[in-house]
Write a protein that binds this ligand. Sequence first.
Ligand code: HEM
Length: 402
Amino acid sequence: MSVAAERLQLPFPRPNVLDLAPLYEVLRREAPITPVTTPAGDPAWLVTRYDEVKALLGDKRLGRSHPEPERASRITTAAVQDGPTGSYETEEADHARMRRLLTPAFSAKRMRMLSQHVQDLVDGYLDQLIAERATPDDVVDLHSGLAFPLPVAVICRLLGVPESDREHFHALSERMASPSAGGEAHQAREEFSRYMVGLAEAKRDQLGEDVISDLVRAQSADEAFDYDEMIRLCVGLLFAGHETTVNRIGLGVLFLMTRPEQWAALTADPDGRVDATVEEIMRLGAPGDLGLLRYAHTDLDVAGTTIRTGDAVILSVNSANRDQAAYADAETFDPDRAERTHLGFGHGAHFCIGASLARTELRIVFATLARRLPGLRLAKGVDELPVRPTITGGVAELPVTW
Ligand code: HEM
């Protein structure tokens, strides 16, 4: 296979969610910085090698904002994926403030508190699925019964949304993220804003260990802080932390169910093996073609290609994480591999602030599945599983039995 002279169109076609484009291997070898057209129809550079993806994620000459917003390319047509606009200085200042405001939410103490909650939630979902399965022939859906509801329930606890409002909160977040419904998403956002402001007001008298309480405290200390900023931060957490985690749980189940020897190794020693298994899920389970979007804030030369000021650059974490130059036998799912680092949570200034929470969720999910359902298996072939219509891909169903 060789790289076509014309611009490549994203996303690359692929038969199923586990079958990642073999084109990446060719691109890494022959055209590691290649011109592409995004799904939204805009031009961009696709960067595919580990070294360049990592270096550019740490390079301050690239930003999430565009130096001339009206020229900004879009990675998808969905507004939620588009970055902020404005000058690099404004972006840096806003970003530093965002990280500072969210720091208490991800402290070691909060993570310990959340970890017990995650375990209770996972056990509760599994109890329900086990009860649902009346006979050994019955099939249950691990997507709707665990992978999908868990991350949003955890975000509710992180934010301080009461359990009694969880369903309402979940429905609102679904409507906001809906890629097709423009007006509907807008209306849901208004409702979400009203709900969050009401919640913040109600919490004023009894602040707790949650993001909304942290932000109310910040508001009392800092007059410039307002509810719009609070809502932006909460929506940001929801979009950054929900679909990503749902898809890693789903892909992790597929990786393990299609590799019985790896599943057997995990069930034999769930606590000893789960950390390395989760890191390997994170390495190979990065979403397909839609890498991390940046814009050049100055002309720069990368591996012999000149990227001009304002150009959009897509940093393919998926391709970087399967680069043979960085990983021996890169396509093999191997928790015992020597190289344990990956770019699945990004790198540099924007490194995932929720990484420790995401790791906690994934470790608890896979260790608990291995302990409680060691006989777990897929009830359908991977090729038969419907793919989710969202921008981040993943499977829409995980039919299993045991
Ligand atoms: C940033 C991945 C879970 C909150 C990022 C980035 C990646 C990532 C790759 C970097 C984005 C960039 O450089 O443009 C993931 C994956 C997750 C996950 C794969 C699940 C397995 C979470 C969770 C939360 C969260 C659970 C919070 C509830 C954030 C936030 C950012 C971020 C706020 C922006 C950080 C910044 O710009 O400084 N995530 N994430 N993520 N993530 Fe996560």
